[in-house]
Design a protein around this ligand. Structure first.
Ligand code: NAD
Length: 485
């Protein structure tokens, strides 16, 4: 075991869980055991929440300009430890070092945004009648929780940590039990940056601890990122307990390719979108709808896919079950009559025979009812469907229950605008394979890709992590009196 057993992080220190239940942490790269992670008990959560409540008393009183000083220092520490964090992220998740480096760079960008919050959070003040002022200000909620998935062990926690904390809250992070290591390092860096003890806490575990979070009377808000199945469970349970909740779910992102798309650029973007992070991105292209004759572009997509080398510029998928599930989808499509143009099944990387790799896979002549067309595969697989018209393609895209992302590849601006207007995805790209809105724009899909109001990052997150206090003040005794004053 390369690393010592994972511990919870409570009141600024690592602490053993009171539970003896634990899971192994296995590196997808080579199948080696990295560590063990505790399945914490509700008692551990209670301990974390008690300390977070105490820390909230003084943390929430600090002016935001003082609170963000921690994040200026945290940003510097993320930069300083970028290579080491990327290595850890790659080891536990299986992504390549280049992808893990990009993930930590994104954490830095998210932290920069949090540093700008004093500029964005200014409230409103107005003299509403003579001598009477109304003022609205953002006030932190208290103790909040963030439950995160395996696919971005550092970035998704940083969607919530800097903003929620800079806005005055104290937070409990529940990392994925599959990738618990990065969160411990983030905790150390936050402490080194000067964050007071108890403001940031980590409690590890699985579904049981998530349910305890949703039920805890002193947790005011729950953010969740993960599959739609669990997002629904968490949203229902947290809001059932009258908590504020924003739950981001899974995705089935469609790319539409029109015959006038630039072939080389389109093929590179499609191949990168479907295979980046081994297809385990909620923004990954999973289905492609070609309108009219786009055979020449499909040929180029296959050429690009064949250039992707597992173990070199393609990482591993998270575990054996995931590899088997992805390969089953490919086999099912083949049995149902689709054509496998590039086949990533049975991929082995020399020297890493126990790694869980799936090669890039391009499946053509998929029909809209096949499972590879309707379900989230979460692997480096693109399922290509064909239509005669843009409206038919839109009908296929919009029939899927998710609504995270969609992209169109075309040189026709008017047609691109038409598709943006008609698409039922929350994040749309034009000639962009992974249309993640960068800060200060906010991140969040529609339909079954997100439950709750607002988005999880950017300006939108201010509304989620704060409540508005409205005060009406009269200092002038001569001010008029009306029925409201
Ligand atoms: P997951 O839903 O299995 O797990 C997410 C979190 O929920 C983890 O912390 C896990 O411990 C917990 N959990 C698992 N089962 C639970 C249960 N029954 N009850 C309560 N909690 C439970 O997701 P994952 O496999 O870790 O991540 C992949 C999924 O996340 C994909 O569907 C992907 O699309 C999605 N995702 C979505 C976004 C987005 O922004 N919409 C971003 C990243 C990942």
């Amino acid at each position: 075991m390369k690393y010592s057993p994972v511990q919870n992080f409570i009141k600024g220190e690592f602490r053993d869980s009171s539970s003896s239940r634990h899971l192994d942490v296995i590196s997808p790269i080579d199948g080696n055991k990295l560590s063990e992670v505790p399945m914490s008990s509700p008692a551990d959560l209670n301990e974390a929440v008690e300390h977070a409540k105490l820390a909230f008393i003084s943390w929430s009183k600090l002016p935001i300009k003082e609170r963000v000083q921690v994040f200026f220092r945290y940003k510097y520490l993320l930069e300083k430890h970028l290579a080491e964090l990327a290595q850890l992220c790659s080891e536990e998740n299986g992504k390549t070092i280049d992808e893990a480096t990009a993930e930590i760079e994104k954490c830095i960008e998210l932290t920069e945004f949090a540093c700008s919050l004093p500029q964005l959070i200014a409230g409103e003040i107005l003299e509403v009648s003579r001598g009477v002022e109304c003022r609205a200000e953002h006030v932190p909620l208290g103790v909040v929780a963030s439950i995160v998935p395996f696919n971005f062990p550092a970035m998704v926690p940083n969607w919530t940590i800097p903003n929620a904390i800079a806005l005055g809250n104290c937070i409990i992070l529940k990392p994925s039990e599959k990738v618990p290591l990065c969160s411990g390092r983030l905790a150390e860096l936050l402490k080194e940056a000067g964050l007071p003890d108890g403001v940031f806490n980590v409690v590890h575990g699985d579904g049981e601890i998530v349910q305890a979070i949703c039920d805890h009377k002193d947790i005011q808000a729950v953010s969740f990122v993960g599959s739609t199945k669990v997002a629904k469970i968490v949203y229902k349970r947290a809001t059932g307990n009258y908590k504020r909740c924003l739950a981001l779910g899974g995705a089935k992102n469609h790319l539409m390719v029109l015959p006038d798309a630039i072939p080389g650029m389109t093929a590179q973007n499609v191949a990168a979108s479907m295979s980046g992070c081994a297809g385990q991105r909620c923004m990954a292209a999973s289905a492609m709808v070609g309108v009219g004759n786009i055979d020449h572009i499909i040929d180029k997509i296959c050429d690009e896919a064949k250039k992707i080398v597992p173990g070199k510029n393609l990482g591993a998928v998270i575990n054996k079950q995931s590899k088997e599930r992805i390969e089953k989808y490919i086999t099912e499509a083949e049995e149902q009559g689709a054509t496998i143009l590039v086949d990533g099944r049975n991929t082995k990387v020399e020297g890493k025979e126990n790694g869980t790799y799936v090669g890039p896979t391009v499946i053509d002549h998929v029909t809209p009812t096949m499972s590879v067309a309707t379900e989230e595969i979460f692997g480096p697989v693109i399922s290509i469907m064909r239509t005669k018209t843009v409206d038919e393609a839109l009908a296929i895209e919009n029939a899927n229950p998710y609504g995270n992302a969609a992209s169109v590849f075309t040189q026709n601006g008017g047609m691109a605008r038409y598709i943006i207007d008609k698409s039922s995805a929350g994040m749309i790209g034009v000639n962009v394979g992974v249309p993640v809105p960068r800060e200060p724009f906010s991140f969040g899909g529609w339909n079954e890709s997100k439950f709750g109001v607002g988005d999880i990052t950017g300006k939108s997150s201010i509304e989620f992590w704060t409540k508005l206090k409205k005060s009406t003040v009269k200092w002038n005794p001569e001010a008029g009196v009306n029925w409201m004053s």
